[in-house]
Design a protein around this ligand. Structure first.
Ligand code: MN
Length: 712
């Protein structure tokens, strides 16, 4: 275990301004908090956070990261609270510790292996500060180093799988290759012990039989570079057992055929020297076709730069070579963190030492695989995403701002179509609630439910929107059809002609329709009138009509239910709209005006707007209320009220309205004077009778001066 002074000294060696006092306090705090807890290995638990801090110090990270490493398990595993940490070490540290704690908690929630990519994104999205991710990775690295002490085989397997699927790729994505290699190798050891043994045994054999092949190749490469006039540093190593194993699997080759198990690196001073060194190599050794890649000219998305090539080396063996500058090397080994290390020595303004964190975040955001770009539009990249769990632990990635309805449609379009409510983390919430990272979302469904057109106002995913629209469109068509059927039937009946399906079929092409239902739909939409259909079927009816047509009058609207189209069952907002000018209520005398392409808008018979349709009788439609069921929707009646300006007046009004079960949905003061308030009150009622009752009750109060229906 690293001792306190060793840790502090190692931080001070690269960061002279490190807060020594805070480091010491964090060390002692963590030791006391973990007390006598033990690790599976039998070591004091406290050794774990200290080792994690040591791993972070080796990466030359800032003091806050080191302290977070020391404290990272205190909130989760001891009596220490976030408030304690905030008091003792400040908000920044508390925020970092909280971030690591949250990452550790989501880890336990789900079987991630099936959805590794989403889970990696969740981790990234939750690590708002990249240092949270770095501490989490260091934590995982130390846990993997001590994995063998965990007794439960299943647990070891799970942790190793998770490391392979989630954490090693994350380490690679942020460019920390050392961590990636070690995480992979430790996981490989657990997941496939036989393969691990066979690869390492074979490597041992090659090593012993070939002698120091690597040493000899290095010597040779050094010599040729020197002769070529390039100042170069040459290193070489065996590839890791896991990367060899992967190559064997991928290329379907046996170990015997796998010759390039050695990788060499040539480090030079400048970009130009990289190409000169490459010239020397290709001049001296035979090139293996297809292995040359120039990542200096075109860097990898995570910032990696190097030239790769493969040649038949001095020992007549295929070898892989990477050529890069010393700085490129630092970046390749330590990720973007190296930029920071590099700039440490140079005088820069305050705060720039965190620039690499920002750069890293930027790179993370843009380092997507090409297929990922296809999968998600750029707008829906993980930085703009939110990740939520189903009750079973499945993980769903949704765009930022997504709601339970989006979630329901992401699960399955049927779940979306039938959703009536939702629970987030066990609590019932409105369907329009915005989801947050890590939320567990439980969708409540009902077979009787259908998508509401209003959902479209708050959903954000394309899928939800498309499903809702598709449903609304098909509903709309049904509505238009049934409305059109009523209109056609009414017209024929009124004019005294017999309506048969056969007759309609004969005139379909006049209306550019294939089926009778299509014809009904276009009439319902208002593209054609019932009379136009009648005249097509009975051309003689056109003449008869000249006497009969009169604008719809009050008298005619009394014609009775036989001729009227019942509007019950037509969903408001689709085929039927209640006019905003007169707020018609069930029980009132109403009339429909066919609006081309928009169905019918319903007005009260005395609405002034109707005057403008006086010379278009073909657009008037007899409609009647057909109410009485339990599922009658509420309608809004608007009252114009003049109230005395005195204490308690408003209270009296709302009490009176409430007593008659009216629900005030809006209240607007139009005008106020010393004596009176003039206001508009919108009240939800089931029919006109309820509203007139309320009006009568209001008039009976002392504070109300006058009450009228508000029009227009
Ligand atoms: Mn830990």
């Amino acid at each position: 275990m690293i001792r306190q002074y060793e840790l502090v000294e190692s931080v001070k060696s690269y960061d002279t301004g490190a807060d020594e006092d805070a480091l010491n306090r964090a060390y002692v705090f963590s030791m006391k908090a973990h007390g006598s807890q033990l690790r599976a290995s039998g070591d004091p638990y406290f050794s774990h956070p200290v080792e994690v801090a040591g791993i972070l110090a080796k990466m030359k990270l800032d003091t806050a990261s080191i302290i977070t490493g020391l404290l990272h398990d205190t909130v989760e595993d001891t009596v220490a609270t976030l408030a304690d940490i905030s008091d003792l070490f400040g908000d920044e540290i508390a925020r970092l510790v909280d971030g690591v704690t949250k990452l550790s908690q989501i880890e336990l929630q789900s079987d991630q292996s099936r959805q590794a990519e989403n889970f990696r994104k969740l981790v990234l999205a939750m690590s708002e500060d990249i240092r949270v991710l770095l501490v989490k990775l260091a934590d995982r690295l130390h846990n993997m180093r001590t994995l063998k002490y965990v007794k439960d085989e299943e647990k070891r397997q799970r942790i190793a799988r998770e490391t392979m699927d989630i954490y090693a790729p994350l380490a690679e994505r942020i460019g920390i290759r050392d961590w990636k290699d070690e995480l992979e190798d430790l996981a490989f050891r657990q997941l496939n012990p036989d393969a691990h043994v066979s690869v390492t045994t074979r490597l041992d054999f090659l090593r012993s039989s070939g002698g120091d092949v690597i040493g000899r190749v290095i010597e040779d490469l050094r010599k040729t570079q020197a002769e070529g006039g390039v100042k170069a540093e040459v290193t070489g190593r065996e590839k890791t057992p896991y990367s060899i194993w992967r190559k064997m699997q991928k290329n379907n080759v046996g170990f015997e055929q796998l010759s390039d198990i050695m990788a060499f690196r040539i480090a030079v001073d400048s970009d130009q020297d990289c190409y000169r060194a490459l010239g020397v190599i290709h001049n001296c050794y035979r090139v293996v076709p297809g292995r040359f890649k120039d990542y200096i000219s075109i860097p990898k998305p995570n910032g990696y730069r190097s030239i790769h090539t493969g040649v038949i080396g001095p020992e007549n063996q295929r070898i892989e070579l990477q050529i890069r500058t010393h700085e490129m090397h630092e970046v390749a080994e330590y990720g973007v963190a190296a930029h920071w290390v590099y700039k440490q020595g140079r005088p820069e303004t305050e705060g720039t030492q965190y620039r690499w964190l920002r750069q890293l975040l930027e790179i993370l955001e843009h380092a997507a695989e090409p297929e990922e770009f296809l999968e998600h539009t750029k707008l829906e990249m993980f930085s703009d995403q939110v990740f939520c769990f189903s009750p079973k632990g499945d993980l769903y990635a949704l765009p930022h701002g997504a709601t339970p309805v989006d979630f329901a449609y992401a699960v399955h379009s049927e779940v979306g179509n039938r959703c009536v409510g939702s629970k987030i983390n066990g609590r019932i919430v409105p369907l329009r609630t915005e989801l947050h990272n890590g939320d567990q979302v439980d969708i409540i469904t009902s077979k009787a439910q259908t998508p509401s057109p209003t959902w479209e106002n708050f959903v954000v995913t394309g899928k939800a929107r498309a499903c809702i629209r598709r449903f609304v469109r098909s509903q709309q068509r049904d509505q238009y059809m049934s409305l059109g059927r009523e209109i056609v039937a009414k017209t024929f009946r009124q004019e005294g002609y017999e309506l048969t399906e056969k007759a309609l079929k004969g005139v379909l092409k006049n209306f550019d329709c294939d089926q009778v239902d299509d014809l009904y739909a276009v009439v319902g939409e208002g593209q054609y009138t019932g009379r136009e259909v009648l005249w097509a079927v009975f051309p003689g009816a056109r003449k008869d009509r000249s006497q009969k047509v009169v604008p719809l009058t009050k008298a005619r609207s009394k014609a009775g239910k036989d001729h009227a189209v019942p509007i019950r069952g037509l969903i408001p907002g689709m085929a039927v709209h209640f006019a905003g000018c007169c707020h018609p209520l069930p029980g009132e005398r109403i009339v429909g005006i066919v609006a081309t392409g928009k169905g019918v808008s319903i007005h009260t018979i005395d609405c002034e707007t109707l005057e403008s349709f006086a010379d278009a009788p073909e657009r008037w439609l007899d409609v009647s209320w057909d109410v009485g069921g339990n599922d009658d929707p509420f309608h809004v009646g608007r009252l114009h009220v003049l109230v005395n300006n005195e204490p308690g007046a408003l209270g009296t009004i709302s009490t009176v309205i409430g007593r008659d079960s009216g629900n005030i949905t809006n209240l607007k003061i139009v005008h106020r004077s010393i004596d009176f308030f003039e206001m508009l009150i919108d009240i939800e009622v089931t029919d006109i009778k309820q509203l007139t009752d309320i009006m009568a009750a209001l008039r009976a109060t002392r504070v109300v001066n006058s009450v009228d229906r508000a029009r227009g």
